[in-house]
Design a protein around this ligand. Structure first.
Ligand code: HEM
Length: 440
């Protein structure tokens, strides 16, 4: 077959497109998607491609997944997370996934709903009428509190500060291009990262030690991990359990907090969408605290979160590394090439979303999700490595958004409009400052 070369994203000699990436990672992938459905990103040192055709993404993530492992930048997160579910491969990954699955099963998540709502109530009780606060910071603490309570049956107290510091250091590490050997350099940023990782490790070791010393074991994810056995009957090694706890804590709260923060900001900018949401909420609940059985009546809240994650996907790019060279659509991809798919770019493609930059939760009301190609909208990825917490996240985000909107009006402060920071996740760079006013 005749082999063609994919179009290239224009770059400079030697540095390739790295400066272009550093100037704006989101625009970088938008530009790539405009050039073609398969584009050579021309980053230095290693071959990198962007795929934006949903069928090609499906090939990599689902049909041909055995020929791919996680991409280099994600694997680099092992310095923080160890070999947990997000970063591991092969048998190790399969065993972790099997061990964690029951804790994140749909039926199980129903039992977490009340704790999700109660935690939001505690947060909102602390709001002073009319004050301006960093709602992104609030949501980070709220979702952290929830994940630690429901999956590990514990409370963090002051330890939540160490986790907050670890997250800030990790996000700073991923703010720019990830060059693995750079971690070894004695820079201030690296020292902060290492100190933050140590702080995070200590918190997680304390969670584990408390459990090991406890007289009885609650029925939660931690117990599942501690009682899991390999096919040969061996328990999961302690380092591995620690990696799984770290992974669930990190992956299980920051993304959901970002999804909620961006959605609140979008609602603040779109009063008509906000008014429709409030009317539906008041109609369905009449001021009553929402619970899991209300979710079928709260479809509009779910559509609002879905639309928020379309425009501001917390996982704004994911990727895979090629294990063995392969060909696709007459193009050849070498071993170790990195293939990226940017949700940010693809979720804004007018071929799939009419008026793509408009915030319109109602576009999801008439079955759009079923009509779209599988990978035109993929905030949670897909295939075997699909987010294990997707139902958890949607349940939590829907209930929390419903509770927050019932009780307060949120208005982004005009002089502090949030700017996206495209790091490991897509977060508001300097927080989300909103004025909070009670609704009644
Ligand atoms: C809005 C919230 C969330 C978003 C947008 C999100 C997004 C994602 C994405 C895109 C992936 C796949 C990455 C890839 O294919 O390379 C992923 C994986 C993962 N997520 Fe989530 N996630 C969210 C919430 C959660 C929650 C609540 C949990 C846990 C309670 C969680 C735990 C994980 C884990 C452990 C993995 C790795 C799964 C595996 O490889 O088997 N996530 N997430």
């Amino acid at each position: 077959m005749h082999i063609t070369r994919p179009p290239r994203l224009p770059g400079a000699p030697i540095l390739g497109t790295s400066l272009r990436y550093l100037r704006g990672p989101l625009e970088f992938f938008e530009d790539a998607a405009r050039i073609g459905s398969i584009v050579d990103l021309q980053l230095p040192l290693i071959r990198c491609f962007h795929f934006s055709d949903p069928a090609d993404i499906e090939h990599v993530v689902v049909t041909g997944h055995r020929n791919f492992v996680k991409d280099l930048p994600l694997r680099d997160a092992r310095i923080v997370l160890g070999d947990g579910l997000l970063t591991s491969e092969g048998e190790l990954w399969r065993r972790s996934r099997r061990a964690a699955q029951p804790a994140l099963h749909r039926e199980r998540i129903r039992t977490y709903a009340d704790q999700m709502v109660d935690a939001s109530g505690r947060l909102l009780d602390g709001f002073r009428p009319g004050e301006v606060r960093d709602v992104h910071g609030d949501l980070m603490r709220l979702t952290l509190d929830v994940v630690v309570r429901v999956l590990f049956s514990t409370e963090l107290g002051d330890d939540s500060r160490s986790i907050g510091a670890a997250i800030e250091a990790i996000m700073a590490r991923y703010d720019g291009l990830v060059v693995p050997w750079i971690d070894a350099l004695p820079t201030a940023r690296n020292r902060r990262l290492r100190a933050a990782v140590r702080g995070f490790d200590e918190v997680v070791r304390r969670i584990l030690a408390r459990r090991q010393a406890a007289a009885s074991a609650p029925d939660d994810l931690l117990s599942m991990l501690l009682s899991a056995r390999s096919e040969s009957g061996d328990p999961i090694a302690e380092e591995q359990v620690l990696a799984e706890i770290k992974t669930m804590i990190l992956a299980g709260h920051e993304t959901t907090a970002n999804a909620l923060a961006w959605t609140l900001h979008l609602l603040s900018c779109h009063p008509a969408a906000e008014a429709r949401l409030l009317a539906a909420l008041d109609g369905a609940l009449g001021g009553r605290t929402p619970g899991i059985d209300d979710l079928p009546q709260l479809a509009i809240v779910e559509h609002t979160v879905t639309e928020g994650m379309r425009l501001y996907p917390p996982a704004w790019v994911i990727g895979r590394e090629v294990v063995e060279p392969f060909e696709l659509r007459g193009m050849r991809f070498p071993k170790r090439a990195q293939i990226f798919f940017s949700q940010w770019a693809i979720h804004r493609d007018p071929r799939y979303f009419a008026d793509p930059l408009a915030f319109r939760p109602e576009r999801w009301a008439d079955g759009l999700a079923r009509r779209l190609p599988r990978f035109a909208y993929f905030p949670f990825g897909g295939g075997p490595r699909i987010c294990i917490g997707n139902t958890f996240a949607m349940t939590e985000a829907t209930l929390i958004l419903a509770r927050m909107m019932q009780r307060f009006r949120f208005r982004t402060v005009p002089e502090r409009v949030p700017v996206p920071m495209a790091s490991l996740t897509l977060r508001p760079r300097a927080g989300l400052y909103m004025r909070v006013t009670p609704r009644s």
